[in-house]
Design a protein around this ligand. Sequence first.
Ligand code: 1CP
Length: 333
Amino acid sequence: MTPIYKVLINNNTIIKPIWVMRQAGRYLPEFREIRSKNPDFIKLCLNEKLSAEITLQPLKRFDLDAAIIFSDILMLPYGLNQKVEFKKGIGPILGDLDLDSILKLNENNFVEKLSPIYKLVNLINNSELTKNKNTIGFVGAPWTLLVYMINQKSPKCGLKNDFFKDKNLTSKILNIIEKFLKVHIKHQVKNGAQIIQIFDSWAGLLNDKDLPNYVYEPTIKLVEYTKTLNIPTICFPKGIKKYKDYCETVKPDAICIDYDVDPKEILKNIKIPVQGGMDPKILLTDQENLKKEAKRYLEIFKDHPYIFNLGHGILPDTDPEMMDYLVKTVKDF
Ligand code: 1CP
């Protein structure tokens, strides 16, 4: 059994496996090299050979316990025929949403459009580099995808004023998102994804009273669906305050925590395996500080099933040497 499965399935508290969100990405010069020759990010995600190479880049450098497929949560709206572009310095820009055409879309067209992603999962799962390691597939949570699809750009500067105006429209879109997320999960699993992480990067935009409707209920359906495939889920509801409530309601196999939550509170209140937490900015400081912070998390979760990770994606300015030092620190613990 892989180290991460030991934690997720057997609740092993002795080993502390590690993988890092955005481990394949802009902090690696070998990634930037491929990226500079491939200005169209969506096309890059649909090139399974290059995506596989990118996915495996961090595994060639560091002793990580999982590969997370190089893809994006916004491949879902792309698969639903909403235009998605990534603009340098701005981020994602999405086209207008055509509900009628989305309602007419069938599963086969969607799977056909995203088929390179499923081929990518297969390539990763069959690589020598992922032996005794897990292949992690992922999706955006329904709420976070709804945010991008309706807002049409990053909500970094807030949501459109009329975001919640048409409740009928939001509920219809949520249903469509949920339906196709299940399809997307099914095909990743069919091709060898052994864990599904659900990224709810914008859960923190909601008031507590709106969490059940937009976050809990739609996510429960995905977690339950993934359970029927015998695959564990890790949920990352970034920015929420009520992690205990979330875990008791959504019941994922593990919870990924962000850097704003107090890990001691989590330890006290949460029974399921925990992942992540350390602030990615720590990797921009020095080795001594990095070791101290990494050990703080490892000490706190010493007797709890814990997968080491950061509290959000590794930052593009990170020195790969610091990542190396982090992985070694965790492995030596
Ligand atoms: O070179 C570039 O400019 C591309 C940057 C980039 C990368 C490396 C984007 C654009 N996506 C990715 C890959 C990616 N996205 C992965 C790869 C696997 C890995 O972790 O190594 C994953 C898991 C994602 C997931 C993702 N995409 C999330 C959820 C996690 C998170 O960071 O909160 C989100 C919100 C996105 C949307 C997105 N894609 C890209 C950007 C810059 C963004 C965020 C835009 C915003 O600020 O709203």
